[in-house]
Design a protein around this ligand. Sequence first.
Ligand SMILES: [Zn+2]
Length: 481
Amino acid sequence: MRQLLAACLLVPGTFLAFPLPLDARVDPAVKAGAVAGIENQKDDLIRLSDEIWSFAETALRETRSARTLADYAEKNGFSVQRGVAGMPTAFVASYGVGRPIIGILGEYDALPGISQKAQPTKEPLVAGAAGHGCGHNLFGTASLGASVAIKNLIAAGKLKGTIRFYGTPAEEAVGGKVYMAREGLFKDLDVCLAWHPDEDTEAGTDSSQALVDFIVEFKGKTAHAAYDPWNGRSAVHGVEAFVNGVNMLRENVKPSVRIHYTIVKGGDVPNVVPDYAKVWCWVRDSTRSGVEQVLERVRRIADGAALIAGVESKMTIQAGDYETLVNLRGQKLLYANLEWLGPVPFTGEEQEFAKAMQRVVGAEPKGLDGSVQPLKAPMADPPGGSTDVGDVSWVVPTLQFVVTTAPKDVPWHAWPVVACSGMSIGHKGMLYAAKVLAATTVDLFEDPETLTAIQAEFREKTKGVVYRPFIPDGPPPVPKP
Ligand SMILES: [Zn+2]
């Protein structure tokens, strides 16, 4: 596998020079048409992205953002199913008939408390409001723009098949895609595509971490903390014993495991023995089975903590993600298209904006790196982080890449990314990502051999695997308006 990937590293250059057999089978004029289809929508896409950026709606509250994208899809001839999988802000937009059926994922949720103006110094747009600190306004818009470009080629008789855009809410919270996967919304796809804003432009081959999100509640008995404390049983002691146990557990788990928690409820006042306490905990590992093993040990720690404190404990799973199943054949196809398009063309002015921002956060003023990173061999234990794209990747072959939309070494889920996602740096990355998605989709429509190879790799890697989403039965936790 390593040798196969190394061979790819030796073939930079334009797409037409790329020696994979796929380009011979795909009409370059159709691919050029897909790219032109993004340029034609440029003003619309920038407007949509800026609107969603200014709405800055958080998980499962993305009402206006979802509507803006769904309306644009409908206006462009897609049939749109809104409010799918029990989430008012989830939707599926479809165009065309028959196979292949190619899906493109889009996100649009913001993060609370990080509102920021589109400038290189920290200043909230609306104090205390949410902001697009992960660039999901760009993510959703680029993916829909690519879907529309493909739709136009189908309508013009240049491509045959079905294009489907998935409006997937709440990536930053419960993971809308997990509910959509449980509903079976992805299962008839031939291939699914996704991208994400980043500080690099790359068709990565590293997986993401599997994750489980759960709460542990302790119920004790209240009493006066001085008059008759012997009649009380402190739920907070349950929490203390639990987190001590979890922190000891860290010493005897694999280095790939991450455990993090917050104490959500730990009593009210010192002179009352607290009868209720609650911990919110996440466990991650490089695989779903690794997460399950640690979770069972944590479950026993909760039982033990309850025993120590003389209280009751209850563990409730809230959400979780699978690790991403990387499809190497698919990533090679994405890489070929990144190479074909070349670097993201940032201007001198954008580089100056980036450098100013890097100076503010104390990073080296290197500016933006829009170059296409080489295709690398996958790491055994990827760096930390999880995504609900992981769940989709176990249901259908899923290809994803990242595009530069922010300077190197600035913090994510923070103001610098909000700023870049609302100005020309983000726009440029977004339009580039849309072109990669559209061009790759053309390949998937026009090159059945590559499509078959991608699907064969998926079948091989998922042999014997039964997809079981890590979410409780029942509807998603949609907040009341
Ligand atoms: Zn994100």
